[in-house]
Design a protein around this ligand. Sequence first.
Ligand SMILES: Cc1cc2nc3c(=O)[nH]c(=O)nc-3n(C[C@H](O)[C@H](O)[C@H](O)COP(=O)(O)OP(=O)(O)OC[C@H]3O[C@@H](n4cnc5c(N)ncnc54)[C@H](O)[C@@H]3O)c2cc1C
Ligand code: SF4
Length: 315
Amino acid sequence: MILPSFEYKKAQTIDEALELYKKYNGEAFYLAGGTDLIPLLKHRLFNPKAVIDLKGIEELKTIKRKRGNLLVGPNVTLYELKENPEVKENLPCLFESLNATSCETLQMRGTIGGNIMQNTRCLQYNKSLEWRTARGFCYKMGGKTCNVVLNARSCFSNYCGDNAPALMTVDSKVRLAGPQGERTLKLEKLFSGDGKDPFNIKPGEFITEITIPLKETKGAYEKLAVRGSIDYPLVGVAVTVMDEVAKVGVTGIGPSPRLYEIEKINKKEIDKIAGKAYEDAKPVVNAVLTPAYRKKMVGVLIRRVFARIEKGGSR
Ligand SMILES: Cc1cc2nc3c(=O)[nH]c(=O)nc-3n(C[C@H](O)[C@H](O)[C@H](O)COP(=O)(O)OP(=O)(O)OC[C@H]3O[C@@H](n4cnc5c(N)ncnc54)[C@H](O)[C@@H]3O)c2cc1C
Ligand code: SF4
């Protein structure tokens, strides 16, 4: 499939990227590894005037340790982050979610910033322009209906990032730079819950740093997918145990990842959270497995991850 025409600009600094965004009056997309964005452009889901490549900005490519935190640039590849000794040593849940992301070829190209900011997915949306024109445009394409749920008022496309929930379970924050300045958010606040516009991000803002507190943790990640590799989560469950408290992140089912907390880890509390996450999950017929099966697997995976952590955690 051929790309539409757009101007390609490579920024060397954060300020230059912001200037370029202003120059194109917001009709521009930021580019990192391109593994999510380029297929969407090929499908004509977006038609920007310009694509602003962030990969030339050196400060977005580093991993540093500072005051008990790991400061990760958004352009660090998934593979580089997975191979980082601090991640291997202290963050088993994140290590497993990175390892479960697609395949090593994609991990070497895809970045952690692009992974967090990947668009939501739906069987009716990730299609060619011809297919979508024949079917009729839905909310996410600027139409006035949902092609999956009759009389729906919003979009139910699924957020399928493997790593945001793992990062949420270790209390990660993101720093954003934008035309109006900088701000820092807890990662979970970045998600809007609306499949049409899944991120609470202002025009022109982009992630400049991810802060991960470094503590000794136990954890694991389990993923339901059709294929063993190169496949998105149809449900993903990330669990980290830190200071005797467990945080549970659920992804792949609905427009945003969800976060839960267990203060006293025992079978009763794990069952309670598994039940709550099951109730919260409202899958619709827009992914390759049935909604009933995906919903059931939320609780199954939560119990499975805790069982693995009890036996020692990471593979
Ligand atoms: C075959 C295939 C299999 C895949 N399997 C998986 C999988 O198993 N699990 C999974 O999680 N993902 C999967 N993906 C999705 C995607 O490839 C990865 O999430 C990847 O990490 C995206 O990173 P990227 O650098 O390529 O992002 P890009 O494609 O460059 O960007 C993705 C989005 O993020 C925005 N963006 C990029 N950098 C920033 C920034 N610093 N601040 C704000 N916005 C930014 C871009 O504008 C774009 O909208 C798969 C993709 C393909 C093609
Ligand atoms: S869930 Fe509905 S509105 Fe959202 S992408 Fe799918 S068809 Fe479109």
